[in-house]
Design a protein around this ligand. Structure first.
Ligand SMILES: Cc1cc2nc3c(=O)[nH]c(=O)nc-3n(C[C@H](O)[C@H](O)[C@H](O)COP(=O)(O)O)c2cc1C
Length: 398
């Protein structure tokens, strides 16, 4: 039975979470998404060590907009003591209202050292880290959640064990990306695994992976019985997806549980409307960078140029499938000022309709599977609690 999702007693309605994405889900991007629909919008991954050391880049990444009702912070850590210190800092300094723990990162530099998606294999260490976070956060009434993958590879699945451990530790929910670390972003997400986890746990389970359109979210809930969804790459270049998701979930309830056939309004902006969102996204990035207090976090280049450079990676996602000439596309992807951006956006065919061909299609990372490199002897003893050496990253973000 699907449960009403809530955090610290407050309903999460619709049950939609913006997936933490390093290099993407900064304050401006979250604001853009939040303006479209309700839900929880998680910041970029923050490493426990960098937070405790008050690394300037990290302190910048944990800034929230005054209008962010649920300040949602994702922490990465491999050491129970380090995690306790980081969570205590969040609690004492009132830095966030929700802490999500990252146990899903498949990046080789992380798994090679036993972090991210490699860590739940060490179930006792995993228990200690999650318990340290939950117990410390509880003193300030901050709910903790866990985000994870299915496991290291098909021979080393961890998600059901990890889900049970996290449930025992007292997390508010677990979110499962239906892929192993070895799969990275290849193939399709295994929603049956989400159903298995839902069947195994009492606490809410959120499904994640390959929600490209709002009806995918409803289908994931229907097929797996999960209590909510976490949406990542589907919103790249499409922050209005959160409006569709809200309409879809509300449409479903209004239609008395008729599911996706109940119908909901899907936003299909014209190229002119997309251009307006692009312009606003870039301006928000520039404003945010300009507000940085120290030169160090500004990368020593003018805020406008820095913001426009940050925006460049979003250009191809926004324009995907629209009829835009190669030269204009290239110029947009090299933009250095807001005036230049607006000038180039003015050259687009504002009336071009949203390309149906881009609907339901993967966007962002879609790399191939690969062997997961682990620390030597990592698989030998699941109950060994030794903190993996060098895995406590000291930089946050991507
Ligand atoms: C660019 C990028 C950065 C990501 N960074 C993080 C991260 O910092 N923390 C995390 O838990 N997952 C991260 N992920 C994984 C996503 O949160 C999500 O689990 C994954 O993309 C699958 O969901 P999707 O199919 O909706 O994209 C990242 C994914 C992408 C594409």
């Amino acid at each position: 039975m699907t449960k009403q999702l809530s955090l610290a007693g407050k309903p999460v309605d619709p049950p939609v979470v913006l997936a933490p994405m390093a290099g993407i889900t900064n304050l401006p991007f979250r604001k853009l998404c939040r303006e479209q629909g309700a839900g929880i919008y998680v910041c970029e991954m923050i490493t426990a060590a960098a937070l405790v050391e008050r690394n300037p880049k990290t302190m910048r990444l944990i800034e929230f907009d005054a209008e962010e009702e649920t300040r949602s912070l994702q922490l990465y850590g491999v050491d129970p003591d380090g995690m306790r210190r980081a969570v205590a800092m969040v609690a004492e300094e009132d830095l966030a209202d929700h802490i999500d723990l990252n146990f899903g990162c498949p990046v080789p530099k992380v798994t090679r050292r036993g972090g991210g998606s490699a860590l739940p294999w060490k179930r006792e260490l995993f228990r200690q880290i999650v318990t340290a976070a939950v117990d410390t956060a509880a003193q300030a009434g901050i709910p903790v959640t866990v985000k994870m993958r299915k496991g290291i590879d098909d021979e080393h699945l961890t998600y059901v064990d990890a889900g049970r451990i996290a449930e025992d530790a007292g997390v508010a929910w677990v979110a499962l990306h239906g892929r192993t670390a070895a799969e990275r972003y290849s193939g399709t997400a295994d929603w049956e695994a989400v159903a298995s986890l839902k069947a195994a746990l009492e606490i809410p389970v959120l499904g994640n992976g390959d929600i490209w359109e709002a009806d995918d979210a409803l289908r994931l809930v229907e097929e797996s019985g999960c209590d909510g969804v976490v949406v990542g790459r589907g919103c790249l270049g499409r922050p209005w997806l959160f409006g569709d998701l809200e309409a879809a979930f509300r449409g479903r309830s209004a239609a008395g549980g008729q599911g996706r056939e109940g119908g909901f309004e899907r936003r299909l902006p014209t190229l002119g409307e997309v251009a307006q969102v692009m312009s606003r996204h870039a301006a928000l990035l520039v404003d945010w960078i300009a507000s940085a207090e120290t030169y160090e976090t500004r990368r020593n280049i003018p805020a406008e140029e820095h913001g426009c450079k940050e925006f460049r990676k979003h250009v191809a996602w926004y324009l995907k499938g629209f009829p835009v000439g190669g030269e204009l596309r290239r110029s947009l992807a090299m933009v250095s000022s807001l005036a230049e951006l607006d000038d180039l956006l003015g050259k687009l065919d504002a009336d071009a309709p949203f390309p149906e061909s881009a609907l339901g299609k993967p966007r962002g990372r879609t790399n191939s599977p690969g062997k997961v490199t682990l620390p030597e002897g990592w698989l030998d003893d699941r109950d060994d609690c030794t903190v993996p050496e060098g895995a406590e990253l000291d930089t946050s973000g991507g």
